[in-house]
Design a protein around this ligand. Structure first.
Ligand SMILES: Nc1ncnc2c1ncn2[C@@H]1O[C@H](COP(=O)(O)OP(=O)(O)O)[C@@H](O)[C@H]1O
Ligand SMILES: [Mg+2]
Length: 228
């Protein structure tokens, strides 16, 4: 398999520091973490402990002050094109789905594929396949406003998978859902990982998720430590 086949990448984070406001807010003090290819990892920690900061750095939405982050063959601090990396390697799922309200589920899932040399037909077929995969083949033409919170998150997950990411980053994907819908989303993420083998990092405040991940970590004092 070549590295573009969609299977998971290794993520290696070494002594990463990140502060804001000229050093006043020290979000990450010294984060070191290795995630094996295709692993499903959970990350917990109180609000404000730096979980989103870390995901944003791994996703090249921001840069560390020091330390290094390697995702597969990509050195994140020295990326030639962060946007290409984000579009081609990473899939993001956020707490709030960030779907475009005026577009249908089918159109939303196609968004990341625009400008990536797919025919319109191939794009739509891929979006259909993914929506079928997340159990929404009956809601292809529904706008986000007419879907439940759990269904919207399913669309967001399908969209995150559009370009066959080798790394899926999910930032509290169940944070806005009730516990039943949340459990279904987690089960879905795990099944999709089994199927596509992408490396998956899920930030969650739900201890139950941590228990079923391959490995569970928490953030404390600006560091990541294993939960034993
Ligand atoms: N862009 C930013 N500018 C200033 N401070 C920020 C920024 N992003 C995060 N922070 C601060 O960094 C700390 C960690 O935030 P965050 O990573 O969002 O935590 P979590 O996701 O664990 O709730 C907080 O004190 C937050 O206010
Ligand atoms: Mg956060």
């Amino acid at each position: 398999m070549s590295s573009s086949d969609g299977h998971g990448v290794e993520v290696s984070i070494e002594h990463v520091r990140k502060s804001f406001e000229g050093g006043l807010i020290r979000s990450l003090e010294d984060v070191t973490l290795r995630i094996g290819p295709g692993e499903f990892i959970s990350l917990m920690g109180p609000s404000g402990s730096g979980k989103s900061t870390l995901l944003n750095l791994i996703g090249a939405l921001d840069k560390p002050d020091s330390g290094s982050i390697t995702v597969g063959e990509h050195q994140i601090e020295n990326l030639h094109s962060p946007s290409e990396y984000r579009a081609g390697v990473v899939g993001f799922v956020f707490q709030l789905h960030n779907l475009i309200p005026t577009l249908s589920a089918l159109e939303n899932v196609q968004m990341p594929m625009l400008g990536r040399r797919h025919s319109r037909k191939a794009r739509e077929a891929r979006a259909r396949e993914l929506l079928n995969e997340v159990g929404l083949s009956h809601r292809l033409n529904a706008n986000p406003g007419t879907l439940s919170g759990g269904e919207r998150q399913r669309v967001a997950i399908a969209r995150a998978l559009a370009n066959r990411p080798r790394l899926l980053l999910a930032d509290e994907p169940t944070g806005a859902l009730d516990s039943v819908a949340g459990e279904r989303i987690m089960a879905l993420l795990k099944r999709l990982r089994e199927q596509y083998q992408m490396t998956t990092l899920v930030v969650t405040n739900d201890a139950g998720v941590g228990a079923t991940a391959d490995r569970a970590y928490r953030m404390r004092d600006g560091r990541v430590e294993p939960i034993t």
